[in-house]
Ligand binder design. Structure first.
Ligand SMILES: Cc1ncc(COP(=O)(O)O)c(C=O)c1O
Length: 387
């Protein structure tokens, strides 16, 4: 290893992004790929956002906003959060960040010291693990399988040995890669366990707004000591605009503000202007129609994958993903995913990104592709496996 690189600089690659690069390279060579690998809506920002931004380009200098974000956007998010979940969320507790990714870095820095334990589900979103390891925190895997629909439980936390007792617990519902939702009663048990055990609950609610029927609770319904993380990237279909938010307990506002002032100064001003319009009734109607498209893609996958020889172990309740076991066809999901791209022009995300223990037997599919492309991907997969 080069002496230029620190130990903390040696994080795992984000293989989904590498897969995306491969798809882009193929596109430059004129080869089309059906993309079921990235958790990125194929739709753009809703119309009202575009209108608001166009206007602001001429009307405002778009300089730095307040460090914790434009007050109007924070008020909008607080009102939306209060109304959606029946809680009382104040704009004073909302901090706008550069995507939720920026919010994770700031909140980890604010609550964790070097060597602190952080419990999270395995499989889970890989960036948590990568950021935590680079910050010197210790990841405690809550190994989840189909028995709990790939979500952690309070019982798992309770069963941890003393040396693994966490300083923070991260939950993600709807999950990535599982797409499953934690039942409100279980989220409440986890929130209570965290309060009783002096652990900070960090609830990644990035995929809220995207449920196919199950109720979605916010951690703030059960604990005002929890940190809630949200984003414009998923339901709001504004991935590249890089706006997310944190809803934090009073005592964390100033530390996170101070950290953000040095880490980012503020989130992108123009995206914050657009963000305000994303919560309008008109925008929400557009966005709800996208959720119907994800529901349709989900139905195709649940119908076609078992026919192709891949039974699904936990049907997605929401979000953008389906977690699929491929142990009967490969012991190396990464190589298999590359093979599928080359052989049938279909891109899945290798499970090793999400699960360092058993991910070589799993892949993640997204619900973002149009229904017909999703069907075609299943057809090609079935034919390939038959061959
Ligand atoms: C569970 C989860 N959290 C956080 C993020 C980061 O999203 P962003 O930084 O675009 O808000 C993602 C992105 O895919 C995700 O899946």
């Amino acid at each position: 290893m080069s002496p230029l690189i620190s130990r903390r600089g040696q994080v795992q690659p984000f293989r989904v992004m590498q897969m995306l690069d491969l798809v882009h390279r193929r596109a430059r060579d004129g080869k089309h790929t059906i993309m079921l690998c990235a958790g990125q809506p194929t739709t753009g920002a809703p119309e009202p956002v575009l209108g608001a931004v166009e206007e602001s380009l001429h009307a405002s200098a778009l300089g730095y906003t307040e460090v914790i974000g434009d007050r109007d956007l924070r008020e909008t998010i607080a009102a939306w959060h209060s109304e959606t979940y029946g809680v009382s969320t104040s704009a004073d507790n909302v901090i706008i960040t550069t995507g939720s990714s920026g919010g994770f870095v700031a909140s980890f820095l604010a609550v964790l010291d070097h060597g602190d334990n952080v419990a999270l589900s395995c499989p889970g979103y890989p960036a948590y693990r990568n950021i935590l390891e680079s910050l010197g925190a210790r990841v405690v895997n809550l190994v989840c399988d189909e028995s709990t629909r790939f979500q952690p439980t309070a019982a798992m936390l309770e069963a941890l040995p003393a040396e693994d007792r966490p300083r923070a617990v991260i939950v993600t519902s709807p999950g990535n890669p599982s797409g499953t939702i934690i039942d409100p009663e279980e989220l409440e048990r986890i929130a209570r366990w965290c309060e009783e055990n002096d652990a900070v609950l960090i609830s990644d609610e990035d995929y809220h707004g995207m449920s196919f029927g199950r109720p979605l609770a916010t951690a703030r319904q059960f604990s005002d000591r929890a940190i809630v993380v949200g984003t414009l990237s998923k339901y709001f279909s504004m991935t590249g605009w890089r706006v997310g938010w944190l809803i934090v307990p009073d005592e964390l506002v100033t530390p996170i503000e101070n950290l953000q002032a040095s880490l980012a100064l503020c989130a992108p001003a123009v995206s914050q202007v657009g963000g305000r319009a994303a919560f309008s009734t008109e925008a929400r109607a557009e966005l709800d129609a996208h959720v119907e498209r994800y529901r349709a893609a989900r139905a195709v996958l649940l119908e076609e994958l078992p026919k192709a020889g891949f039974p699904t172990m936990a049907d997605p309740d929401g979000g953008l993903y389906l977690w699929l076991n491929v142990a009967h066809v490969t012991d190396d999901s990464e190589a298999w995913c590359h093979e599928l791209v080359e052989e049938i022009g279909v891109a899945f995300a290798p499970g090793v990104d999400f699960d360092p223990i058993d991910g070589h037997h799993w892949v993640r599919l997204t619900l973002c592709a149009p229904e017909e492309e999703t069907r075609e991907a299943c057809r090609r997969l079935a034919e390939y496996v038959r061959r």
